[in-house]
Design a binder for this molecule. Structure first.
Ligand code: F6R
Length: 577
C-alpha cells in the first residue's frame, strides 16, 4: 500500500527521497509527494500520478535541503488527487507529515479542529495529524501527546521548518530506520534503504523517534521503562532488489524459484515442527497466494499425518469459532504485515493457540507476534504478485509436514525440476501469444491440484485483468458447466496421481461442450492441448505445475501491454483490513 521514506543527513534530500520512492513503487500507489526543509521553510511538492511522469513534469526540481520526507499514496480516504496526495501540512505550512495506515477517529478530530478554525485542504484522514501538530515548538513532545489522541493504524513521519530533525511514530503499520554513516533513512519497507545500508532498526508499536545529526532517540508510548532497539543486519542487497536484466521483476522472480527452494531449505523449522507434532489441531490463516500455499499444506498434511488441519482465509477467520488451548495456528504471509492475517493471529493467540509464522520478512509484525518463525529467505520480492515467495512457502510447509512423519529429502530435486521447467519458457510464451485475446479462462483441478488451479486463476486475473475462474474439477457439473461455450479455454491441472482420471473426465465434459481443453500434465489427454510437465513424484506437483501458469499469466499480460509488476488497484503489502 502507501510507501514512506524520510532522509536526514548531509546529502541532497530531494534526490535521495525520489530514489527511495521509486524503490517503493512496487507497493502500489496513485500519487506521490515530498517535503524538504530548508532555511526555515518547507518546500512541498505533490501530485497525482506516477513518479516518472511527475519527474517529467519537473515537479521535483529546485528543491534544496538535507532533510525531508516522501510518500507514495494508495487512496483510502478521498480519491487520488493532487490535494489528497501526501505530504499534508498545517495551516501555517511549518509542519509536514506523511502517513501510512488509517486514522479511525479522524471524523471527530476533523470536526474538533474545524471548530478551532483550522482550514482543511484535502479529504484525507491524514490531514488532521498535521493540524494537531500546528504551532508545537517541540515535535518530539507533541508526538507523545498525538499518540494518545489517534485511534487506528499509523506510521507517520513529520518534519518541521524550524529544526533540522525528522520525527516518526509507529502503531500497527511498519516503519524502519536505515542506519548509515552520518545519515538516517526512515522507510516503510527494507528495499527503500538498501541503496544506503543493510543495517536497520525495526520500530515497534508505540515507538516515537527524533532523528538529528546522525543520531536517533526512541521513546515508547507503551513501555514503562526506556527502550532499546537492536540494529539488525539484513542479508538483502541492493542488487537483489533490481531487475538484473529482466524486463520485469515478475519474470526475474519466476526465474529465481529454483534458488528460492534451495534457500528455504535453510530455514530453521525445528521449533515449528515441535509445535505441530504436539498440536491437537492445526489452523492455517492467510490471504491470497499465501492462502493457496496454506490449502496445499492442508491437503498434504492431512494425507501424511491424518491430523486435523483447516485452512482459513484470514479475513473470514473472525467469523469462525476457532482455536483453543492445544491448537497451533500457522500464519503464512510473505510480507508479515497483512492486516487480515495479523488480526486472525491476534484472535487465535487470545484463544490460547500457539502461533507459527511463515514469512519472508524478519522483524515483521507477524514475526514478532509468533511463538516460532520459519523465515523464507526468498530475498526481496518486488513485483506486486507473489511468485517465488509462494514456492518458498510451499518448501517450508512441505518440510514441516515431512518432518512430522520422518520423510527425508526430495525437495532439492524439486529445485532442479523447476529449473528444467523454466527452460521451456519459449513454449509458454508461444501459448500466451495464441491465447492473448481470450477474455474468459477456467482452471480446474482436484486434490492438491485444486489450490494450484486457484493460484493459476489468481495470477492470470490480477495481472491481465481478464476473467479467470477456478473450480474443483468435480464441481463443474454442479453449475459452472453452463458457462462453458465455444472455444472457452479450460485449463486442467492434472498431475499423475489418484485424481488424474477423474480430472481428465471433467476436462472431456468441457471439451464435449466445445470448450478448448488444455492439460498441464505429464501425460497426453486425447483432444486436449498439452503443457507437458516432467515426471515428478505427485506430491510435488503443486511446486512444479504452478511455474508454467505463472509464465502464461506473465506473457498474456505483456502481450496485452499490461505492466505485470504493478497491476491496477493492487498493493504489495495490504496493511488495512
Ligand atoms: C497475489 C498476491 C496476494 C498476496 C496477499 C497476501 O499475487 O500477492 O494475493 O498473496 O495479499 O499477502 P502476504 O503474503 O504478504 O500476506
Amino acid at each position: 500500500m502507501c510507501g514512506i521514506i524520510g532522509y536526514i543527513g548531509n546529502k541532497d534530500a530531494c534526490e535521495l527521497i525520489i530514489a527511495g520512492l521509486k524503490s517503493l513503487e512496487y507497493r502500489g500507489y496513485d500519487s506521490a509527494g515530498i517535503a524538504v526543509a530548508h532555511s526555515g521553510k518547507l518546500e512541498i511538492r505533490k501530485a497525482e500520478g506516477k513518479i516518472d511522469s511527475l519527474i517529467g513534469k519537473k515537479l521535483f526540481e529546485n528543491v534544496a535541503g538535507t532533510g525531508g520526507i516522501g510518500h507514495t499514496r494508495w487512496a483510502t480516504h478521498g480519491a487520488p488527487s493532487d490535494e489528497n496526495a501526501h505530504p499534508h501540512f498545517d495551516c501555517t505550512k511549518t509542519v509536514a507529515i506523511v502517513h501510512n495506515g488509517i486514522i479511525e477517529n479522524y471524523t471527530e478530530l476533523r470536526d474538533e479542529l474545524k471548530s478551532q478554525k483550522h482550514k482543511f485542504i484535502s479529504e484525507t484522514d491524514t490531514e488532521c495529524i498535521a493540524h494537531l501538530l500546528e504551532g508545537k515548538k517541540d515535535l518530539f513532545a507533541a508526538l507523545k501527546e498525538l499518540h494518545k489522541k489517534l485511534k487506528g493504524s499509523f506510521a507517520i513521519l513529520a518534519i518541521s521548518a524550524h529544526d533540522n530533525a525528522l520525527y516518526a511514530i509507529r502503531e500497527s503499520s511498519p516503519l524502519i530506520i536505515g542506519i548509515a554513516k552520518d545519515e538516517l533513512i526512515f522507510a516503510s519497507d527494507v528495499p527503500a534503504v538498501l541503496a544506503h545500508t543493510n543495517k536497520v532498526v525495526i520500530l515497534e508499536d508505540g515507538d516515537i523517534v527524533k532523528a538529528q545529526d546522525g543520531r536517533y532517540e526512541i521513546y515508547n508510548a507503551h513501555a514503562k521503562n526506556g527502550v532499546e532497539r537492536k540494529v539488525r543486519t539484513i542479508d538483502w542487497t541492493y542488487d537483489m532488489a533490481q531487475k538484473g536484466g529482466y524486463a520485469h521483476f515478475m519474470l526475474k522472480e519466476i526465474h529465481e524459484q529454483g534458488i528460492a527452494v534451495r534457500n528455504a531449505l535453510k530455514s530453521d523449522i525445528r521449533a515449528a515442527v515441535e509445535f505441530v507434532k504436539n498440536a491437537t489441531e492445526i489452523e492455517v490463516v492467510a490471504c491470497g497466494t499465501s492462502y493457496h500455499a496454506g490449502l496445499v499444506f492442508q491437503y498434504i498434511m492431512k494425507g501424511l499425518t491424518h491430523k486435523k488441519v483447516s485452512a482459513y482465509i484470514a479475513s473470514e477467520y473472525p467469523y469462525t469459532n476457532c482455536s483453543s488451548q492445544g491448537t497451533v495456528a500457522i500464519a503464512i504471509s510473505q510480507s508479515g504485515e497483512t492486516a487480515d492475517t495479523l488480526n486472525a493471529v491476534k484472535i487465535a493467540k487470545a484463544n490460547g493457540a500457539k502461533i507459527i509464522a511463515v514469512t519472508n520478512v524478519i522483524g515483521s509484525s507477524l514475526d514478532r507476534l509468533a511463538d516460532a518463525t520459519c523465515l523464507l529467505y526468498a530475498g526481496p520480492e518486488i513485483s506486486v504478485v507473489a511468485t517465488k515467495t509462494f514456492i518458498a512457502q510451499l518448501t517450508v510447509l512441505y518440510r514441516i509436514a515431512f518432518e512430522c512423519i520422518g520423510k527425508k529429502g526430495g525437495l532439492e530435486e524439486v529445485a532442479n525440476v523447476i529449473e528444467d521447467v523454466l527452460t521451456k519458457e519459449s513454449e509458454y510464451k508461444k501459448l500466451a501469444q495464441e491465447m492473448k485475446d481470450e477474455e474468459h479462462f477456467f482452471f480446474i483441478g482436484r486434490g492438491i491440484a485444486y489450490p494450484i488451479a486457484m493460484e493459476a486463476a489468481l495470477k492470470l486475473k490480477e495481472i491481465t485483468y481478464k476473467h479467470a475462474e477456478s473450480y474443483a474439477a468435480g464441481e463443474l457439473k454442479h453449475g459452472p458447466l453452463s458457462l462453458i461455450s465455444d472455444g472457452i479455454p479450460v485449463i486442467a491441472i492434472a498431475p499423475k496421481d489418484e485424481t488424474f482420471q477423474k480430472t481428465v473426465n471433467n476436462l472431456e465434459e468441457c471439451m464435449a461442450r466445445k470448450g478448448k481443453g488444455i492439460a498441464v500434465s505429464e501425460q497426453e489427454i486425447p483432444k486436449a492441448r498439452l503443457i507437458r510437465m516432467p515426471a515428478v513424484e505427485a506430491i510435488y506437483a503443486p511446486m512444479v505445475y504452478i511455474v508454467p501458469m505463472q509464465m502464461l499469466a506473465y506473457y498474456i499480460a505483456v502481450a496485452n501491454g499490461k505492466d505485470p509488476d504493478r497491476p491496477r488497484n493492487l498493493a504489495k503489502s495490504v496493511t488495512v483490513e
